[in-house]
Design a protein around this ligand. Structure first.
Ligand code: SF4
Length: 282
């Protein structure tokens, strides 16, 4: 891509973001701990839900040291209702690593933290440490595919995202990361892209003809093992002393209890104590 075209697209999206972005509690901060918590929450939870729970989590655990010092049980109880509870266990372990060793600032070392994959490492590197690295989430993938008609392969998309992010070494790395995700969520959306108000419509091969971009399907939630896990963990988080008798747990899950408990024990989300189940790895 010609550099002029690249800079034109960047400048249009940065201007659009500055004028149109939604205010969320995690926007406008470069505090690494706030960025880490928000990015882990946003991995699999809707932004509107995270907006409710993120401030409460930071009130409860205001620093990475406070999170590192908390018990498994306290962290899981605070996470209850956000879903995908293994994220809380990984976040807790990451906080302990950071509290002991300090913050990794580049993508390669961020990726070594528990629960941090390539996308989250790049988001933290750009949002907290100003590194000009590209992020490819569902929203970014969609608009890159439509706007540039490139192959739908992760290395191709990552390289394109990195090319767009590179000029961010001038101090706009964080704004670019926010802009690139917000644009996909708000304008080049999955079902009804707003091509008529799109700031980069000129030259787009998908303008007014874009169809939904295929996304990998998740297993249905209702009736699944994930639903049983969520049900038991919510009950434990609400129980006195985060403890539930096995009899009550049987009444809750009946035939699926043993398999559910075994899976949750394996993930460090609960442990057995006598004839009870207790939230956390113990
Ligand atoms: S013109 Fe339409 S399809 Fe193309 S990038 Fe803009 S919103 Fe997406």
């Amino acid at each position: 891509m010609a550099r002029n075209e690249l800079l034109r697209v960047r400048s249009a999206l940065l201007a659009w973001y500055a004028a149109e972005h939604r205010d969320f509690p995690w926007r406008g901060t470069s505090d690494p701990y706030s960025v880490l918590v928000s990015e882990v929450m946003l991995q699999q939870t809707q932004a509107s839900r995270v907006a409710e729970r993120f401030p409460r989590f930071l009130d409860r655990f205001p620093t990475v040291e406070a999170l590192a010092a908390a018990s498994d049980t306290a962290v899981l109880a605070e996470w209850s209702g956000l879903g995908y509870n293994r994220r809380a266990v990984a976040l807790h372990r990451a906080a302990r690593t950071i509290a002991a060793d300090g913050w990794p600032r580049d993508v390669a070392r961020l990726e070594r933290l528990p629960g941090i994959g390539p996308y989250t490492a790049r988001a933290i590197a750009s949002l907290a440490f100003g590194q000009p690295v590209g992020v490819v989430d569902t929203n970014v993938r969609r608009w890159l595919l439509r706007r540039f008609a490139v192959d739908d392969r992760p290395p191709v998309l990552q390289q394109l995202a990195d090319t767009f992010a590179a000029p961010g070494s001038d101090g706009t790395a964080a704004a670019w990361t926010h802009a690139t995700m917000e644009f996909g969520a708000r304008i080049c959306s999955q079902r009804t892209p707003s091509c008529r108000s799109c700031p980069i419509a000129s030259g787009c091969p998908s303008r007014l003809t874009a169809t939904p971009v295929r996304v990998p399907r998740q297993a249905p939630f209702s009736g699944s093992v994930r639903a049983a896990r969520g049900k038991l963990l919510r009950e434990l988080a609400a129980a006195p002393a985060y403890r539930l008798s096995l009899d009550n747990a049987h009444r809750l899950l009946d035939g699926t209890l043993e398999a559910t408990v075994a899976a949750l024990e394996h993930d460090g989300l609960l442990h057995r104590c006598g004839d009870s189940l207790v939230l956390g790895g113990g």
